[in-house]
Design a protein around this ligand. Structure first.
Ligand code: CA
Length: 496
């Protein structure tokens, strides 16, 4: 008798669970998750009037713009792996960032968490870097495009590929350098001649699809990442001669670790036809500099237009009032500042990136100047959609900032970047300072320090760390760095 009661009870429990599970997801909001590759926070909504980004600005007018958002590692694979797993970079190896499920099979990724709660989780374009996290997605778009649309460039690359084969060049990095094309492309082609336009088409198709489950739609745009290829109409938005030149002076007293001087696969000087820069401090001439910045701006406006198309489709679908939109750039980018191009450092230009969050009914064009970190994205989206925040998450939900953007928040944002020979630069950003400690990873010995005053913007003139008058500041920031991210969290959220 008791057994029968138990079975009945169990049956009822299962039934209620089933009902609640099937009823629950439709009540949850959708998520449109947009990531943009190498996007500087130079957009209209960030106070920049040179770069034309009307569509992202429109999103910002109904969202919240985080003016002090920092990536945890200023390179694609590491920044994205951190956002999508909820871990800070020290918990994710480079191998795992490229092949997540092989090296971290049990990780509960952000899309997987949503999938487990009844969401359609769709990946379009470059969301992860180099791996697709199959358990995370209900659907992965197969749409791909070559970087270039110019048939002449494609033919040249094909010729080089054949030549490389004859010469026995097979290592991916060697092959990449051997077949590399020009750093820019300006031809009159439709938006979807390049990947981002084609991915916007895909996203629009997904938004138009009728569905009875909520969606987590991730769209990863690959511009303004090099090479700077965009349809001509976006180049035509800018007058090259009016593009101001960057301040190419190196800060005084930098360390030998500050900038990566090794040959970078994604460095502009490796592209076809770009003059080789031999030493740190060597600069491209003004014509090259303006041409490249022009390309970056054109690509930014091109990607902005694709964001606009996707947002318009969201409006037309009638689901905008039930859809949270988050837009973030995976890290910053140097356009010749300090004579350096590209990313891969702990400097402000590399770690500071855009973050815009729109929550229907809860955001309306506010700005939030609190220090936030990209590792906060996972817990924020989970909380906004009524999902639990998994205990492994190392970020802090930004939801309290939606109610009060000026409330006391984090003491610091943490970033890091490696250098060859087992060296890691651990960095933090406070309201005013950027502080970096270069450590030998095995011994934790500090081999170099940097201190920059950021109160006048991203450009800094000197590393102040070794000056005696800054000794107290260095000591305080070093203690904060060593105490770590847990101690830098907002007061109310700090756990014992
Ligand atoms: Ca990137």
């Amino acid at each position: 008798m008791k057994r029968l009661q138990l079975l009945l009870l169990l049956g009822m429990l299962l039934l209620t669970q089933e009902v609640s599970q099937s009823a629950e997801p439709s009540a949850r909001p959708n998520v449109l998750f947009i990531v943009i590759d190498d996007l500087r926070p130079e957009l209209g909504c960030y106070g920049n009037d040179r770069v034309l980004t009307p569509h992202i600005d429109r999103l910002a007018r109904s969202g919240m713009v985080f003016t002090q958002a920092y990536c945890q590692y200023a390179i694609c694979w590491a920044s994205r792996a951190s956002v999508l797993t909820g871990y800070r970079p020290d918990r994710i190896s480079k191998k795992a960032a490229h092949d997540l499920r092989r090296y971290m099979p049990k990780v509960l990724s952000l899309p997987q968490h949503f999938r487990n709660h009844g969401y359609d989780t769709i990946s379009i374009g470059k969301v992860y870097h180099g791996n697709q996290d199959k358990p995370g997605w209900t659907e992965i778009s197969p749409v791909r495009r070559p970087y270039y649309a110019d048939p002449k460039t494609l033919a040249y690359q094909e010729e080089r590929r054949k030549e490389a084969e004859r010469l026995g060049i097979t290592k991916p990095l060697d092959l990449y350098h051997y077949t590399i094309g020009p750093p820019v492309e300006c031809i009159d082609v439709p938006d979807n001649a390049y990947a981002d336009g084609a991915w916007a088409d895909e996203a629009i198709r997904q938004l138009r699809r009728p569905r009875n489950r909520p969606f987590f739609l991730a769209v990863g745009f690959i511009k303004p990442h090099l090479p700077f290829c965009a349809p001509k109409k976006y180049w035509d938005l800018y007058d090259r001669s009016k593009i101001p030149l960057p301040d190419s002076r190196l800060p005084k007293g930098i360390t030998k670790y500050t900038f990566k001087t090794r040959r970078l696969p994604d460095n502009v000087v490796n592209y076809l036809g770009v003059p080789r820069l031999k030493r740190l401090g060597d600069t491209l001439d003004d014509a090259w500099t303006r041409k490249l910045i022009h390309g970056y701006y054109a690509c930014t406006s091109y990607v902005d237009a694709q964001v606009g198309r996707v947002l318009e489709a969201l409006e037309e679908s009638g689901k905008a009032d039930r859809t949270i939109v988050i837009l973030w750039g995976d890290h910053g980018f140097k356009l010749g500042e300090y004579s350096v191009w590209s990313k891969s450092s702990n400097m402000e230009y590399d770690t500071h990136a855009p973050l815009i969050l729109r929550v229907p009914g809860r955001t309306a064009g506010e700005r939030c100047n609190a220090l936030v970190e990209f590792v906060d994205i996972y817990p924020t989206l989970a909380q906004l959609c009524g999902l639990d925040i998994p205990s492994h998450c190392e970020g802090t939900s930004m939801v309290p900032l939606l109610e009060d953007p000026d409330r006391p928040w984090k003491k610091a944002a943490f970033s890091q970047f490696h250098r060859p020979g087992g060296i890691m630069g651990y960095s933090l950003r406070t309201d005013r300072w950027r502080y970096v400690e270069w450590q030998e990873r095995k011994t934790k010995n500090v081999i170099a320090r940097e201190l920059y005053d950021q109160s006048r913007g991203p450009f800094v003139e000197a590393n102040l760390a070794e000056l005696p008058e800054y000794a107290d500041t260095v000591a305080q920031l070093s203690a904060l760095l060593r105490a770590g991210w847990r101690q830098a969290r907002p007061p109310a959220i700090e756990k014992p």
